[in-house]
Design a protein around this ligand. Structure first.
Ligand SMILES: [Cu+2]
Length: 368
């Protein structure tokens, strides 16, 4: 009886494998992995235009552009003190994990946290800042001890420790990736989520504490339908609403009472893509024939309505063909592009005011 049952069971398993292949949920659990990331919040100096010029036009900044990028006795300019998430090699947090050329374009975004459906994400987070910080994820499954957000949710004790990690302290966040955190029926086989500090969320994200999460259908977090991936955050980083406004005024200007000056306020609204303005975003290079997946993130306030537009190409968004996307604050969108047109092309926000203020980049499609 017993052996007959076993034979039946094995036959059923073999059939399941034949029908569903190794993508079957039955086999998912066996293949799933725990992916560990060692991420610290670090204070850095961030340059919004390291090339020192308007790369879109290939010339020096003009008077209008200098509103945002020129430093003077009463303007901070293009370099600001910020806090960013940075990846380290292990829990000692002594060695930074070098950012590879293909991810150079992430700019001030934190490292890509990647996983697939069925996997578990472990983030060992060290707060190297002088202020509290957390890591709050979107989309993935977390319990109250790994939500990374401080509010009146009826929790206490150990379930509060993740909310605001103290300066110098380390906390381990664990997030699961169930089916509902992965691509939906109309999505491509990997999608974008994000993480950010929720210890005063607006100030934290303006200060730079934000990064991408990529979740794929298959364990590990990679898509087999894609040759290259890019992540772009469209936001007006409001340096007036950063943890470091006073520090920046003190370090970079001679100004007193600048915080009340309207022109000063305007000069600190950095209309960037991943923290780069006027074509300074590096590393958006690809090859004709490749299948490229673009992950888009919106962030900010009521003026952060962005419309990313690619020149020379179109993209597929959940089955619809477009060459402009719409992003609202905290929008997360994934689109696919097949590169059929070599050259150097504009990639920019199509909102007029944002074009003038520098929300523009270039991407290069090399010939096959
Ligand atoms: Cu815009």
């Amino acid at each position: 009886m017993f052996s007959a049952f076993l034979v039946k069971r094995m036959t059923l398993m073999a059939l399941t494998f034949l029908v569903f292949g190794c993508n079957s949920p039955t086999f998912k659990a066996e293949n799933s992995v725990t992916l560990s990331y060692y991420i610290a919040a670090d204070e850095v100096l961030w340059d919004y235009a390291p090339l020192g010029q308007n790369q879109i036009m290939g010339r020096d900044f003009n008077e209008d552009e200098n509103v945002f990028v020129a430093a003077s006795a009463d303007r901070i300019g293009k370099v600001y003190i910020k806090s960013v998430y940075r990846e380290y090699t292990d829990a000692t947090f002594s060695t930074l994990k070098p950012r590879t050329a293909e991810w150079e374009h992430l700019g001030y975004l934190g490292p890509v946290i990647r996983a697939g459906v069925g996997d578990t994400i472990k983030v060992v987070f060290k707060n190297n800042l002088s202020i509290v910080a957390s890591v709050h994820p979107h989309g993935v499954f977390y319990n109250k001890a790994s939500e990374g957000a401080n509010y009146n949710d009826g929790t206490s004790g150990a379930e509060k420790k993740d909310d605001m990690v103290r300066p110098g302290a380390t906390y381990v966040y664990q997030w699961q990736v169930p089916e509902r955190a992965g691509p939906g029926p109309n999505d491509p086989d990997s999608i974008i989520w994000m993480y950010h500090s929720h210890a005063n969320s607006p100030m934290a994200t303006n200060s730079g504490l934000i990064g991408p999460i990529i979740i794929s259908k298959e364990s590990g977090g990679y898509s087999s339908a894609t040759d290259r991936e890019f992540v772009t955050l469209f936001t007006i980083t409001d340096e007036n609403d950063s943890y470091y406004l006073d520090k920046n005024i003190e370090k970079f200007t001679q100004g007193v009472g600048l915080a009340d000056d309207e022109d000063f306020y305007e000069s600190n609204l950095m209309h960037g893509m991943n923290g780069y303005v006027y074509g300074n975003l590096p590393g958006i290079v690809m090859k004709k024939g490749e299948r490229v997946r673009w992950y888009l993130i919106g962030m900010g306030t009521e003026v952060d309505l962005h419309t990313p537009h690619w020149h020379g190409h179109t993209v597929l968004h959940n089955g619809n063909r477009v060459d402009v996307m719409e992003l609202m604050p905290a929008s997360l969108k994934t689109v696919d592009m097949v590169l059929d047109n070599s050259g150097t092309w504009l990639y920019h926000c199509h909102v007029n005011d944002h074009i003038k203020a520098g929300m523009l980049s270039l991407f290069t499609v090399l010939p096959e």
